[in-house]
Design a protein around this ligand. Structure first.
Ligand SMILES: [Mg+2]
Length: 221
C-alpha cells in the first residue's frame, strides 16, 4: 500500500487569512464603505464562507446585487488572490514522484474550494480532493476523514498522515481517524489542553520535507 498524506487547504497550502483581509477591504472600499464595515465583513467570513453570508451582507448594507452574484464574484476574486508558494507546488510533485498519494481534506463550500484548488495549480498535483460540502461531513468528524482516506485510496491502518494548521479540526480529527499528524504552527504556540501532534513544523514546505525524509518502507514515525 502506498503511503498517503492529506493536506488541509486554507492556511496550510494557501494563505486564506491574508487574501480574506485584502478582499474585505477592497469589497467595502469599492462600495464606499469604511474600515469598520470592512472589519465586520471580515469577521463574518473569517471562519466560514458561503452564499448565506452574502444574504446577511446584502441586508445590512442594502446592496442591489443578488446574494448569488456577490457569492460568485467572491469565489473568483478570492481564487485570483490566493496562491500556493512555488516551493510547495514543487514539493507536492516530488512527494508523488517518490510514491506518495496526496489528498486534500478541507472544510468549505465546494465552489470556492474548487476555485482555489484550480487557480493555484494544486488540483492537478493531487490524487484526491475531499471537501466537506461534497462529503456531507466536516472535519474533525471521523466520517469526513474516512471519506477523505477512501478517496485517496488509503487505509486507516497506519500509512496515512494529515498536515494542517488547526489543532482541533486537523490534528485531533486526523488522529482520531488513525492518521499521523503534522501541525503547521505559523508562529503560534500549541494550545494547552490539546494532545500534542506527532510533529510540528513552521510551514507546508517543511512538512513536505519531513514526509520526504520518512521513507515509506521504514514505517515513518
Ligand atoms: Mg486550515
Amino acid at each position: 500500500m502506498k503511503p498517503f498524506v492529506l493536506f488541509d487547504l486554507d492556511n496550510t497550502l494557501i494563505d486564506r487569512k491574508l487574501a480574506l483581509v485584502e478582499w474585505a477591504a477592497e469589497f467595502c472600499a469599492l462600495r464606499g464603505l469604511g474600515t469598520q464595515e470592512a472589519e465586520w465583513v471580515h469577521q463574518l467570513f473569517k471562519d466560514r464562507a458561503g452564499p448565506g453570508q452574502f444574504v446577511e451582507v446584502r441586508e445590512r448594507f442594502g446592496f442591489a446585487e443578488p446574494a448569488e452574484q456577490l457569492w460568485r464574484d467572491y469565489c473568483s476574486d478570492i481564487a485570483a488572490s490566493v496562491h500556493c508558494p512555488s516551493d510547495v507546488l514543487v514539493g507536492l510533485d516530488e512527494l508523488r514522484a517518490a510514491g506518495w498519494r496526496i489528498g486534500i481534506a478541507t472544510n468549505g463550500a465546494a465552489d470556492i474550494q474548487w476555485a482555489k484548488l484550480r487557480a493555484t495549480g494544486i488540483a492537478r498535483r493531487v490524487d484526491a480532493v475531499c471537501i466537506s460540502e461534497e462529503a456531507g461531513a466536516r472535519k474533525p468528524d471521523r466520517v469526513f476523514f474516512l471519506e477523505a482516506i477512501r478517496r485517496c485510496k488509503g487505509d486507516a491502518g497506519g500509512t496515512g498522515w494529515i498536515v494542517g494548521d488547526n489543532p482541533v479540526t486537523d490534528i485531533d480529527g486526523g488522529r482520531d481517524a488513525g492518521l499521523r499528524t503534522v501541525w503547521i504552527n505559523r508562529g503560534v504556540v500549541w494550545p494547552d489542553g490539546c494532545l500534542a501532534p506527532d510533529h510540528e513544523v513552521s510551514g507546508a514546505r517543511a512538512a513536505i520535507d519531513l514526509l520526504a525524509a520518512a521513507a515509506p518502507e521504514r514505517e515513518p514515525r
